[in-house]
Design a protein around this ligand. Structure first.
Ligand code: NDP
Length: 271
C-alpha cells in the first residue's frame, strides 16, 4: 500500500468526476481515490447527516475527508429515484465546476425478495435507481463530453448479472441480477455508440466488498468470508478505467481483481 495523499498533479488532474452513491461503501472509496489523483469530485447520495440513515456514512463525511487531505470535492444531495434530483445533480455540477469528464454510476438500492413476492413498487424503484438513472445521467453528461472530445462513464455492476450456474435454492437476487444485466447491456451498447466520440463506457464489478450495504444484507457467510475484496482494490480498478485513451479501454465488462492483474496495479490506501 502507498501513502494516502492528494496529488494535485495526479492522473486525474483537471478532470471533473461525478460519483453516485458516495455517502458510504464503494462510492465513497472511488470518490476519495479520484480526489487523490487531483480530480474535482462531486459526491452525491441522499444522506447528508448521520442521523438521516440507519447505515453509517454521509456525503458530508466523504467531502470533509477529501478537503482535509487537500483535495477538491462538492457534496450534492440527490435522491436518484426523483427526476428533478437527477437533473439538478448535473446542473449543480456544471454550475460549480463547468463540466463532467467522468461519471460513475455506482448508487444502488436492492431488495432481496423472491419473484413470487416482489412488489411492483420496489421493482420500479430498483429499476429507476440502478438502470434508468445511469441511462439518464449519461444522457445529461454526453453533450458536454462530446463537446470536450473525451469522457469516461463507468457503471458498477455485479456477478449477479450472470445467469446462475447451479440449479439450487437461492435467496431472491433475480431482480438485482436483472438490473445489473440491463446495466451491462446498456454499457456495451453505449460504448459502441460513443466510440467515435472518444467516450469510454465500461463496467466494473467488485467481487464481494464488506460495505455497510453488504453487512446490512448479511451477504458475508462462512462460504465466502475468505474471498472479500478490499474496497481499495475496487477503487483502484475504477481509477484505471477512468483515464487514458478512451478508445483503448471501452465496452469492457470487467471485474476489479481482473483489472488489477491485467494492469499490474497495487491498491493505494485511501485518504
Ligand atoms: P451500499 O449499500 O453500501 O451503498 C449504496 C450507495 O447508494 C449509498 O451511498 C446510498 O446512499 C446510495 N443510494 C441508494 N439509494 C439511493 C438513491 N435513491 N439516491 C441516491 N443514492 C442512493 O452499496 P455498496 O457500496 O456495497 O455497493 C455499491 C455498488 O456496488 C452498487 O451498485 C452495488 O450493486 C455494487 N456491488 C457491490 C458489491 C459489494 O460486495 N459491496 C458486490 C457487487 C456489486 P444514500 O443511502 O445516502 O442515498
Amino acid at each position: 500500500m502507498t501513502v494516502a495523499t492528494v496529488n494535485p498533479d495526479g492522473l486525474l488532474k483537471g478532470r471533473i468526476a461525478v460519483v453516485t452513491g458516495a455517502s458510504r461503501g464503494i462510492g465513497e472509496a472511488i470518490a476519495k481515490r479520484y480526489a487523490m489523483e487531483g480530480a474535482k469530485v462531486v459526491v452525491t447520495a441522499r444522506t447528508v447527516e448521520e442521523d438521516e440513515h440507519f447505515l453509517p456514512g454521509t456525503i458530508t463525511n466523504t467531502v470533509d475527508a477529501i478537503h482535509q487531505a487537500g483535495g477538491e470535492a462538492l457534496a450534492v444531495k440527490a435522491d436518484l429515484s426523483q427526476p428533478e434530483d437527477r437533473q439538478q445533480l448535473i446542473e449543480q455540477t456544471l454550475d460549480a465546476f463547468g463540466a463532467v469528464d467522468i461519471l460513475v454510476n455506482n448508487a444502488a438500492i436492492t431488495f432481496f425478495i423472491p419473484v413470487a413476492d416482489f412488489p411492483q413498487r420496489r421493482f420500479a424503484l430498483m429499476m429507476d435507481v440502478q438502470v434508468w438513472t445511469p441511462f439518464e445521467l449519461s444522457q445529461l453528461v454526453l453533450p458536454g463530453m462530446r463537446e470536450r472530445g473525451s469522457g469516461w462513464i463507468l457503471n458498477i455492476s455485479s456477478h449477479a448479472a450472470l445467469h446462475p450456474d447451479k440449479q439450487e435454492a437461492a435467496r431472491g437476487s433475480t431482480v438485482y441480477g436483472m438490473c445489473k444485466a440491463a446495466l451491462e447491456r446498456f454499457t456495451t451498447g453505449l460504448a459502441q455508440e460513443m466510440y467515435d466520440e472518444n467516450i469510454a463506457v465500461n463496467v466494473i464489478s467488485p467481487g464481494l466488498v464488506a460495505t455497510p450495504g453488504v453487512m446490512h444484507h448479511k451477504l458475508i457467510n462462512d462460504t465466502n468470508k475468505d474471498n472479500i475484496t478490499p474496497v481499495e482494490v475496487m477503487a483502484e480498478a475504477c481509477l484505471r478505467l477512468s483515464h487514458g485513451d478512451p478508445q483503448l479501454l471501452t465496452g469492457r465488462i470487467d471485474y476489479a481483481d481482473a483489472v488489477m492483474e491485467e494492469f499490474s496495479l497495487q491498491a493505494a490506501d485511501l485518504i
